[in-house]
Design a protein. Sequence first.
Length: 101
Amino acid sequence: MGAFAAQVFSRPAQYLEKGVELAGDEKTFKEIKAIYTRMMGHKPRYLTLPAWLFAPMSKEMSTMFTWFKQQGFQAEIPKIKAAMPQVKGLQQALAEIKQPN
């Protein structure tokens, strides 16, 4: 994500007033848990919280979680990886965390 941010700042005219969805992977929660467990050797710890719980605390946060559930990201991952080969998928990112260079 940092490499993409640097690209945006180095070529602002190309990205001005444009929305860009950026992702290195698109996985279901079940797939994420399976990959994490396989790569890290243990199940991830997490807590699922309903979007409505955030409404009293932050309208923006509630809206964000509702959007994740109803619409979600629509990133074109093959196109992103073709333009920026350094973008990592979940398995590659976890491998680097587990065994840093």
